[in-house]
Design a binder for this molecule. Structure first.
Ligand SMILES: Nc1ncnc2c1ncn2[C@@H]1O[C@H](COP(=O)(O)OP(=O)(O)OP(=O)(O)O)[C@@H](O)[C@H]1O
Ligand SMILES: [Mg+2]
Length: 510
């Protein structure tokens, strides 16, 4: 008898078959990875286990051998199933402690919230699993890593035995990821069962016991991770061989400078400088990687460059044209494209259709508008081209962005920005949440842009991505340009990754 057994789970949404007749089981105490391309149906399946969606008729769920109808998330929690969504659902002005007990606050005999008891109970959980959190910190001041820990503690506080995590490490920095792996190990050590959706093959190798692969809504197979290579996982998932290494030729040297950030200072939300006298130049035909630990000013720098935050002092030039503090639209018209960090708030209008999202900044221009009339046929043709080229699924340009899977939302932004043919592309974590096949494609598109003589600024927390793609690497630390490595230096370095790690932490190699 298995802890959890799914039989013939099906979910059809509109004319999309998100899950098709999926049967699988979860063993008590295992870490079970769920792998599949963007839109394969992973999140949908997880939401069915968590009671947020129901299977269509014919699908059944057995918990400890008993057929169970999981009616709602509240019911799932009662049954010992917890879930951490990719977009956290915490109350920002509340403290960590208040968020953990929210909705099930222990009361004292006077009917008041018994904070002492709550604190003691949470303390027990924290000590058992080795969480690092400050219970009195407000969520709005907490890092993404902390917020995630709070979400996990929340499930444990509600006595979850099965914990579902949907792409938990997509939002974490490399340092936070290591801590996350440690927590997973401890959870497993205490007999908890973990179901984890992830696109990262090395992560599956590191923490998972078994891995179930979905493709286009269907169950493909469940593999024993210890005897399966990353290449094999990728092949089963995509249905073809995937090139896991980036292949690129050296850049054409002597590109002229096309983009300049000159002594830029930007203030953060607390009205103190977070980008400090920062300067960087980008050349045509080169990808420049900006490495750094999350929270060292990269978000504010990019917001300032793209017109979303004020530049206090300094200037930004594209093709020698001063674009400092212009509006986002003006900046875009000056051929600066950007893949923003926050897709759902800045990158997309979630309740607009895919095709409308493709032309957010250009709808008033030819060929889509003529004397104020929107030319729908032009727009549909254009959209279909992008959808095909970037393999956006489903292929219906009339669908609202909110109905796309996470990875496909990301592809809509990438398609729009790359197709706009910018002279300079600012790419903030461009492959976050994408499956390996899509990553391979996006990397090749970025290299193509470079080879057409464009400049790319790649901001990523993944050092491997920076090292694989970049021709030059800059390091940002404490809002300052901390180090710059040109092609020569990169080629000569025998310990590039270690050196970069040291720079990112604010050190200097001896
Ligand atoms: N409300 C909806 N209306 C229409 N289609 C939907 C809706 N919700 C989900 N879908 C479709 O169901 C399919 C599966 O989506 P799901 O979010 O489960 O994918 P996923 O495997 O989690 O992908 P990703 O890796 O990109 O997060 C997708 O094709 C998606 O567009
Ligand atoms: Mg998903």
């Amino acid at each position: 008898m298995h802890l959890l057994e799914l039989k013939k789970i099906t979910r059809i949404i509109g004319n999309c078959v998100a899950n098709n007749n999926i049967s699988m089981h979860i063993v008590r105490g295992e870490v079970h990875a769920i792998l599949g391309e963007n839109g394969a149906g992973k999140s949908t399946l997880m939401k069915i286990i968590y009671g947020e969606h129901r299977s269509d008729p014919g699908g059944e769920i057995f918990l400890n051998g008993v057929k169970t109808d999981i009616a709602s998330p509240a019911h799932a929690i009662e049954l010992g199933i917890g879930m951490v969504y990719q977009h956290f659902r915490l109350i920002r002005p509340f403290t960590v402690l208040q968020n953990i007990i929210l909705g099930i606050e222990p009361k004292n005999i006077f009917g008041l919230i018994d904070y002492k008891k709550a604190r003691a109970d949470i303390k027990k959980i924290i000590d058992t699993y080795g969480f690092d959190v400050d219970l009195d910190q407000k969520i709005e001041d907490a890092t993404v890593g902390t917020q995630q820990r709070v979400e996990i503690i929340k499930t444990l506080y509600r006595n979850a035995e099965i914990i579902i995590l949907d792409e938990p490490t997509a939002v974490l920095t490399p340092q936070e990821i290591l801590d996350f792996y440690r927590i997973i190990k401890n959870l497993k050590g205490q007999g908890k069962t973990i179901i984890i959706v992830t696109h990262k093959l090395h992560e599956i190798k590191t923490i998972a016991d078994r891995c179930t692969i979905l493709r286009k809504g269907e169950y493909i197979s469940t593999l024993d991770v210890s005897v399966t290579s990353e290449e094999e996982l990728a092949r089963v998932m995509v249905g073809r061989n995937v090139n896991l290494k980036v292949s690129k030729t050296p850049p054409t040297l002597d590109g002229e400078i096309v983009f300049e950030i000159k002594n830029v200072t930007v203030f953060g939300n607390k009205n103190t400088p977070v980008v400090k006298d920062f300067s960087l130049s980008l050349k045509r035909g080169e990808i420049t990687g900006l490495a750094g630990i999350d929270g060292n000013g990269q978000s504010e720098l990019v917001q300032a460059i793209t017109g979303l935050r004020k530049i206090k002092t300094g200037s930004v030039l594209i093709n020698k044209m001063n674009i400092t503090n212009l509006t986002p639209k003006e900046i875009y018209q000056n051929k600066l494209g950007s893949i923003p960090e926050d897709r759902q708030r800045v990158g997309l209008v979630m309740d607009f259709k895919i095709k409308e999202n493709f032309v957010l900044q250009t709808i008033d221009d030819k060929p889509f508008s003529n004397y104020g009339f929107i030319l729908n046929r032009e727009l549909t043709n254009f959209s279909n081209q992008l959808i095909e080229r970037f393999d956006i699924r489903p292929t219906d340009s009339e669908l609202e962005a909110s109905k796309l899977s996470g990875g496909n939302q990301q592809k809509v932004i990438l398609a729009r920005e790359i197709f706009h043919n910018p002279d300079v592309l600012i790419a903030f974590q461009p492959t976050r949440g994408l499956d390996v096949g899509a990553i391979e494609y996006i990397h090749s598109e970025l290299i193509k842009l470079r080879d057409q003589g464009k400049a790319v600024l790649l901001i990523s927390y993944e050092l491997d991505e920076i090292i694989n793609l970049s021709d030059n690497i800059a390091v940002i630390h404490d809002g300052k340009l901390w180090a710059e490595l040109d092609q020569e230096k990169i080629k000569k370095s025998t310990s590039l990754k270690e050196d970069l790690g040291l720079f990112m932490a604010g050190g200097r190699p001896v």
